[in-house]
Design a protein around this ligand. Structure first.
Ligand SMILES: O=C(O)CCC(=O)C(=O)O
Ligand SMILES: [Fe+2]
Length: 230
């Protein structure tokens, strides 16, 4: 397991190349240091680190996910109950429970590989987190609608780090006022850091992609205020 401590080639260039497609700007590479300092109306405050996890690290995580108690929960939308189009699990420190559409989900203790990934985010990218939402999209029919992760229990000005495993899917972000859209084709092993300002000014979604037949798993590491709803 010393594997997660290994160095990665963060010196590889991340040129900013963007072109129009499907009404969304396609972000090909994002400079992890500078992008979020540029005009935040045009450039979402994110860093995209491709190949954050090695093939071996992805495999370790993938094997562990097979044992997670992933569930399809029901949420209320306009007074009606709907099953979410994916399965999910929530892990975190004691008191770091999850509140979502009238649901209270207690944090499960950190599994071994997931806790190592949390440490790697801290050591490599100074991402502080005490909880993580795991979403599994069985295939391209599973999805997540437009939202911002702006719950009041999230620590002000904290970053949210998103790690992807499995199938490549488009992750789309949209500016709340200008409606500018940017598309990131996230691949297995990629890390996308959503910096402060992102949830305030932008929404994000994972649209259906009916041609995708393989599962995708996503981990969003969050820093929340413990015992917020006590
Ligand atoms: O699966 C993804 O990439 C997005 C997940 C997400 O937005 C969330 O968990 O809040
Ligand atoms: Fe989100």
């Amino acid at each position: 397991m010393a594997d997660l401590q290994q160095g990665f080639d963060f010196d590889a260039p991340y040129p900013e190349l963007a072109h129009e497609q499907d009404n969304a700007i396609v972000a090909q590479h994002v400079n992890p240091l500078n992008n979020h300092q540029i005009d935040q109306q045009i450039n979402p405050p994110v860093s995209w680190i491709k190949g954050f996890l090695s093939a071996k690290q992805q495999q370790l995580l993938f094997n562990e996910v097979a044992h997670y108690p992933l569930e399809k929960v029901a949420i209320e939308v306009y007074g009606k109950q709907h099953l979410i189009p994916r399965t999910q699990a929530w892990f975190g420190d004691v008191g770091c429970d999850y509140h979502y559409s009238k649901l209270h989900i207690s944090a499960l203790p950190w599994p071994k590989v997931l806790s190592r990934l949390r440490l790697k985010l801290l050591s490599d990218h100074q991402i502080q987190s005490n909880s993580v939402l795991v979403n599994r999209y069985a295939d391209g029919h599973d999805c997540m609608g437009w939202h911002s992760d702006d719950e009041p229990e999230i620590v002000t000005n904290s970053a949210i780090a998103s790690v992807t495993l499995g199938a490549c899917r488009d992750f789309i972000v949209r500016h709340k006022e200008t409606q500018t859209k940017v598309k990131y084709a996230l691949e297995s092993g990629d890390l996308l850091i959503m910096h402060p300002g992102m949830q305030q000014h932008w929404q994000h979604a994972l649209p259906k992609r009916l041609k995708v037949t393989e599962p995708r798993i996503n981990f969003t590491f969050r820093h929340i205020i413990p015992h917020y709803y006590r």
